[in-house]
Design a protein around this ligand. Sequence first.
Ligand SMILES: NC(=O)c1ccc[n+]([C@@H]2O[C@H](COP(=O)([O-])OP(=O)(O)OC[C@H]3O[C@@H](n4cnc5c(N)ncnc54)[C@H](OP(=O)(O)O)[C@@H]3O)[C@@H](O)[C@H]2O)c1
Length: 261
Amino acid sequence: MTYTPFDLTGKTVLVTGGNRGIGFGMAEALAASNANVAVWGRKDAANKEAVEALSKLGSGDTKAWSVDVADESAVVEAMADTEAWNGRIDSCIANAGVGFGAPSFTDMDTETWRKNMAVNLDGAFWTLRESVKSIVTRAKQGDPGGSVVGVASLAAIEGAARNQAYAATKGGLISMLKGIAVENARYGVRANAILPGWIATDMTQAAQDTPVFEEKVISRVPIRRWGEPADFGGVAVYLSSDASSYHSGDTFVIDGAYSIF
Ligand SMILES: NC(=O)c1ccc[n+]([C@@H]2O[C@H](COP(=O)([O-])OP(=O)(O)OC[C@H]3O[C@@H](n4cnc5c(N)ncnc54)[C@H](OP(=O)(O)O)[C@@H]3O)[C@@H](O)[C@H]2O)c1
């Protein structure tokens, strides 16, 4: 017998923020596993570049939508289009995120707070609500099963100095996913969160450019390097596959053992 659940042929997976960074690392592994991969991002050029690269992988199809997840009607419309693409959505990875900090907590203004909320929490809420709606409607028609994932952060459990708004969005995202997991399990929907540690992407460029950060933080990562977007391919494939059909309501910490050291 050959074990094949990681072959995602016939499954359609949406990755928000899939045009670069962690989302693109996930999209690459999903495409190479033969999934149809839908990418959402705001920037057309980055979307186009991602589709070109992903189209060379696996036997599935790839398509990108220009969507700002902080716009409810844009999310609703794009989810309907994404569903119509192959007639179904099997998995949705709410990964799009931003990180706006402040010089200190007491200096954090309301605009900074709201900018984090708009994308990381409102955007994830609309993305997850609309994708669960699609999966549950399909389930009620006799075709159950699906997976939704939120990309949170270690900041959700450790907090983040000068980034309390960001950390709060990620804590809220985990709580939202746990409620989705319990409420929608009857339709075969699983809901899980991924908590990345320090990953080398555009979001952490300033830290990557700071030698003292390398010295004081990255040297304390037991695996002794920055995480890479490709480190998130395996978990994306696993959570989109039937191999995870009994795995729900969990948090996957992927941080090179940083948080336990
Ligand atoms: N890097 C880390 O160390 C780290 C650690 C913990 C958690 N995370 C989380 O991991 C996720 C991905 O982060 P990353 O490091 O890969 O960041 P990144 O390299 O900055 O990429 C962010 C992605 O999100 C998209 N995006 C941003 N705002 C959006 C919006 N309003 N609507 C739609 N798409 C939007 C971007 O595409 P466009 O610019 O084209 O819109 C891009 O594809 C985020 O949720 C982040 O909070 C990252």
